[in-house]
Design a protein around this ligand. Structure first.
Ligand code: NAP
Length: 306
């Protein structure tokens, strides 16, 4: 198959490209300068020229809690544009198979955990990343409407939990929790700091999956596309407290100092754990343990720039 991967320069995209099953196909991986998804014209021209058989949509404006709070307009507008242009162009040009990546931010802030697929749009969103979540919900609904309007189209959405892994972003301004913690604790070790600060009480619970696991699930989705549900969570099925993540990273890094808490900092949702029932009944389950995922990510971080 000729597969277009959007966001191929990103963390998820790079993990998809290096997956052995996905890599057996002809991969189109345009950079932003070759196909800027914020331009409807560029997207239509690229798709019309290259005519992929299958699209894996892994592009978006993505960022941590600070970036989302600071730039709510860009997180909403850029993601709406990207999703509308890509999904709309595929519909217009008759490109009929897509795996669209959503995010567990699409779930309401007060929905009971574990979050099952039917809970999207059943309540108020978490305000710290509302714009990003609205754009992702819009994309999933658009895929759903297209499949309803013309049943020859199969635009399916996977909703991954939080991810981390090789090719992650370690820059403190724009990183997600695990790479930020790896960097912080590694720097504390190297600089001999006795303490590391945690935002909030550390009791909030989070589900972080190794990005290679998502690539594994997407690869199964490619091979078994007919049976893949229209909307499906992809997660671990278990979560850990922020304190437990700090502890796990400290163990892998070899840091023996203590943790202190800054209770004035924003912490986001109390818990965000996706239900893995549907994925398991489809036949997929996450394989990489937290320690092993942190080891692989740390090794990638330590080799950056070498
Ligand atoms: N990371 C997570 O924890 C997580 C969790 C759940 C779901 N997801 C979803 O997975 C997808 C990828 O996330 P990620 O972590 O890989 O993010 P990332 O590392 O920031 O990568 C984002 C990708 O999107 C591309 N992109 C952004 N705007 C674009 C535009 N206007 N035109 C063309 N390309 C554009 C970026 O290209 P440049 O290199 O040019 O910037 C990059 O390749 C997103 O849809 C995200 O919502 C991520």
């Amino acid at each position: 198959m000729k597969i277009l991967i959007t966001g191929a320069t990103g963390m998820v995209g790079k993990n998809l490209i290096e997956h052995p099953v996905i890599a057996q196909n002809e991969i189109l991986k345009p950079t932003r300068s070759e196909m800027d998804l914020s331009s409807k014209e560029q997207v239509e021209t690229y798709l019309d020229t290259h005519r992929p058989d299958f699209v894996i949509h892994a592009a978006g404006r993505v960022g941590g809690i600070q970036a989302n709070i600071k730039n709510p307009v860009a997180f909403l507008v850029d993601n709406v544009d990207i999703n509308r242009n890509l999904i709309g162009a595929c519909y217009k040009l008759g490109i009929k198979k897509m795996i669209n990546l959503g995010t567990s931010c699409m779930y309401p802030r007060n929905a009971p955990n574990p979050l099952s697929e039917g809970m999207v749009l059943q309540g108020e969103l978490e305000p710290t990343n509302e714009g990003y979540a609205i754009a992702k919900i819009m994309a999933q609904r658009l895929c759903h409407y297209i499949m309803k309007e013309d049943q020859s189209f199969h635009f399916k959405t996977m909703i991954p939990c939080n991810l981390y892994g090789r090719y992650d972003h370690f820059d403190p301004q724009n990183s997600h929790m695990i790479p930020a913690v790896i960097r912080k604790i590694h720097e504390a070790l190297v600089n001999g700091c006795a303490e590391v600060e945690i935002w909030g009480s550390g009791e909030a619970r989070r589900e972080f999956m190794y990005a290679g696991d998502l690539a594994d699930c997407v690869s199964k989705g490619l091979v078994n596309f007919e049976t893949l549900p229209g909307v499906m969570n992809v997660g671990l099925g278990v979560d850990y407290s922020v304190n437990e993540y700090y502890q796990a990273v400290a163990e892998v890094v070899g840091y023996k100092g203590k943790f202190i808490h800054d209770l004035s900092k924003p912490v986001g949702m109390k818990q965000k754990l996706v239900s893995t029932k549907l994925a398991e009944s489809w036949g997929w389950r996450s394989k990489v343990s937290l320690h092993s995922g942190i080891e692989k990510t740390l090794s990638y971080y330590l080799n950056l720039g070498k």
